[in-house]
Design a protein around this ligand. Structure first.
Ligand SMILES: Cc1ncc(COP(=O)(O)O)c(C=O)c1O
Length: 379
């Protein structure tokens, strides 16, 4: 007998404010926009999108996506350099499958997106962490590691990092791209938060370097439209694209997610993605401000850099064992992700990651109050 019928990956006990959940708010998922796009798609009465898809991804969808990216990046993106994926998780899995062998070494940031570590573990890769600071990956630390070991690729979340919230500086981006050429390793740049920028500062996507054979820029609709679409893209040199397109997986199953691509194409051509992103930025900017205010008021001992985009505050609580406190926090009906989850070698023990996009301002405020009470009794 099934008592509980799951409908999403999120399970939050009744009454709990779980600031550990790193997902979009259900209330902000664009139901009407996708409904309209699906209707427009079906109204064309062309069954082609129900067929096995073109291996690289539907050409019209890639043209519409290239248009969106060109406008957003401020430079021209060629649809021929885009490959449609089931999202970034899938893209990382494909990169591991096609560009690594079990036992190979890869570099990751410390801290890094914890679920990417799970994907790399699936492929039996050896993980070497590289230090970061408030400007992202530390280039000198990378050079030291490169002198010791050759990685197949470096996995980085360069913009509004998960969990750190920080953004790799332009100077470091240039140096990183150059190092990947000199030392012949690939950069898998996970740019899932690139378009969720709440500041006036423009950041150059790694797509700007994607004409290099060593750089792959990964994008996703999960955070700018809806995670359930399981739709994303990668932008890379033709050699890398060829390797993916000629894989057995695509030969047998055709291109990834042609059905959803056709629907999202309508939305892109209508200019709705830009509208949705503007709507999300307005909502998230206000939630970010609410979390910052609450943190400064309730937890003056907390150390953090206010993020300029993305989903997260990465907060250091000196003297606190975050993993132990997580158990205690359940009694106070508040949740967070302990920092150690984002470390590839059990570091970051006094950090917590707090997400400001899943709850509205009122719940964020209440969540941080509960966290203060919990910490008062834990110290
Ligand atoms: C840094 C990072 N990469 C990838 C993902 C997952 O992306 P997708 O839904 O496209 O697989 C997330 C989701 O939280 C993320 O934070």
């Amino acid at each position: 007998m099934m008592n509980y019928i799951p409908t999403s990956q999120i399970h939050i006990p009744e009454g709990m404010i779980d600031l550990g959940v790193g997902d979009p708010d259900f209330a902000l998922l664009p139901l009407d926009m996708l409904h309209r796009a699906a209707e427009a798609c079906f109204a064309k009465a062309d069954p082609a999108f129900l067929q096995y898809g073109a291996e690289q991804g539907d050409g019209y969808f890639r043209m519409a996506l290239a248009g969106f990216l060109s406008r957003g990046y401020g430079f021209s993106v060629d649809p021929g350099t885009l490959f449609v994926t089931n999202g970034i998780s899938n893209a990382l899995d494909l990169i591991c499958a096609h560009f690594t062998r079990p036992g190979d070494t890869i570099f990751v940031e410390e801290p890094t997106y914890f679920l990417a570590l799970r994907i790399f573990a699936d492929h039996d890769l050896r993980i070497v962490p590289v230090q970061t600071d408030e400007n992202g990956l530390v280039i000198e630390a990378l050079k030291e590691k490169l002198a010791e070991v050759h990685p197949k690729f470096l996995y980085t979340v360069p913009t509004f990092q998960n969990p750190g919230g920080y953004t790799l500086s332009q100077d470091r981006r240039d140096k990183l791209a150059q190092l990947s050429q000199e030392h012949d390793f690939m950069i898998a740049a996970d740019e899932v938060y690139h378009f969720l920028n709440y500041s006036d500062r423009q950041v150059k996507s790694f797509a700007a370097y994607a004409d290099l054979e060593t750089v792959i820029s990964l994008g996703s609709f999960s955070k700018i439209l809806a995670p359930a679409l399981r739709l994303g893209w990668l932008q890379a040199h033709p050699e890398a694209i060829k390797r993916l397109v000629t894989s057995g997986l695509l030969d047998s199953g055709g291109g990834l997610n042609p059905f959803t691509s056709a629907i999202v194409r309508e939305l892109l051509e209508a200019g709705d993605l830009e509208k949705n992103i503007a709507r999300l930025i307005a909502a998230y900017r206000s939630r970010l401000a609410a979390m910052e205010t609450a943190l400064r008021r309730e937890l003056p001992q907390a150390e953090f850099v206010t993020p300029e985009g993305g989903f997260f505050f990465w907060v250091r609580l000196p003297g606190v064992d975050a993993e132990q406190t997580q158990q205690k926090a359940l009694e106070y009906q508040v949740g967070f992700r302990p920092g150690v989850r984002f470390s590839s070698h059990t570091g970051m023990g006094d950090f917590i990651r707090l997400c400001f996009t899943f709850y509205d301002e009122e719940n964020i405020d209440e969540g941080i109050r509960r966290l203060r009470k919990c910490l008062e009794f834990s110290l």
